[in-house]
Design a protein around this ligand. Sequence first.
Ligand code: AMP
Ligand code: MG
Length: 521
Amino acid sequence: MHINLADTFNQELPADPNLDNSPRQVKESCFSFVTPLVPSNPKLLHVSTEMADALGFDSHSLTSDEFLKTFTGATVIEGAQPYAMCYGGHQFGHWAGQLGDGRAINLGEIMHNDQRWALQLKGAGPTPYSRTADGLAVLRSSVREHLCSEAMYHLGVPTTRSLSLSLTGDQVWRDMMYDGNAAYEPGAIVCRVAPSFIRFGNFQILASRGDMANLQKLSDYAIKHFFPQIHSKGKTKYIEFFNSVLDRTLDMVVEWQRVGFVHGVMNTDNMSILGLTIDYGPYGWLEGYDPNWTPNTTDKQHKRYRYGHQPQIALWNLYQLANVINMLVDDPKPLEAALERYKVNYSTKMDAMWLSKLGLEQMIDGDRKLITQLGDMLVLTETDMTIFFRLLSKIRVGQPASTALESLNDAFYTIEDVGGLIKQQWIDWLELYILRLGKETRDHQSRIMAMDSVNPKYVLRNYMAQLAIDAAEQGDYAVIDELYKLLKQPYAEQSEKEKWFAKRPEWARHKVGCSMLSCSS
Ligand code: AMP
Ligand code: MG
């Protein structure tokens, strides 16, 4: 297996001189060197072949002992110096101080086809940032992260990736729902991949300690490697940097809204500086469309990270980053202007996104009302977001609204609820929509193609991931591969896989892992 190691983060930024791997505050450093735990009986469960390809690993190397050992932490890549990053963060709106890679260990960076990739093992043992926890991860959360990372990538949503999913052979003690029912669970490791794993929190921790020199170093490093289009010098450089991070963050969130993804824990330590979806924990997918929904039971009371609030939270997080960048530029005005720009672009981009889901090419008078009304309609009775938008392309110009409504029947969880006034409201909306379609210049076939490329047919519904987990916990890994393959083509009709184009089954409505998830992983 050929690995073209090309480390920069641990070469160009200040290292923690203390090599002691025990929980502590790490100051004036961006990371600490740490060696992964050697797993007692590692077993490779699944590899993303697209990711392996992108990294330049051929099919032979995937079955090699070296691959297994490298991506479960049993051996260190020759010449590499694994490390854990130091970062802080605002958790649920409150500054939490130092957090850091408590259970992620960066193996190193590799270059392939002019692309830089950092490789990171999640669940490979404790680091100085583990605080009171064990540095490990369990199978259920690792299956979720592995499958969802790759599914998001194929949906076209900016995301960190996953190369592999493995068992360590060790048992991990977890209280899954924090209710006193702790048990041993199989330990697992995901090898995550991204150009960089730097988060807002990496900058925040330095700023919080007044470490200006390293804040500048980290910013210069990030700009040099990941924002090469920025050529300005001095303060302008950091302002442009902030603007780029802001744009990428907005683009990412708009994509989440498009596919119905709810991150669940949008703390600033879970915000990538590259605008990538990062840290798949208690995330979930909207089944019934509901702006107030969050899968995270830890956030049940305030629902800070609910679906409909994600764009505002991203902005709140950007404010925190702006405060940090302001320490470098000492001039809040351009940063405030950027944050204002977010608000304007947010509404333009969200409009464009909803318009595309409706199959409309240009915004004309009345369209915003059509979109707002649809949002109101979708919550009148439980309506499956994915199925609804996928079926919507079937509607033809000139069609009676009543038959159009029938073609959407499969999207409703209880069809009996779509009667009386609710039925009339749907008919009224559909009449407007059908009239509006009449103003489009595209023919029906082109509209179907356009709509089917933004309205996925298959997403990783919460219960689907749980089926893969239940099987995997019994030693059957076939469902993982089945879902992985299905979700490689989320927009394609896959007639033999139609069973996954279905509403959430009733058994999953209140099942742990399907509708309820905690941060325990
Ligand atoms: P999260 O809520 O997953 O984003 O994690 C917040 C912080 O807790 C991060 O610094 C993680 O590295 C750390 N953390 C979460 N789980 C563990 C664990 N099992 N062992 C050590 N650190 C952890
Ligand atoms: Mg995190």
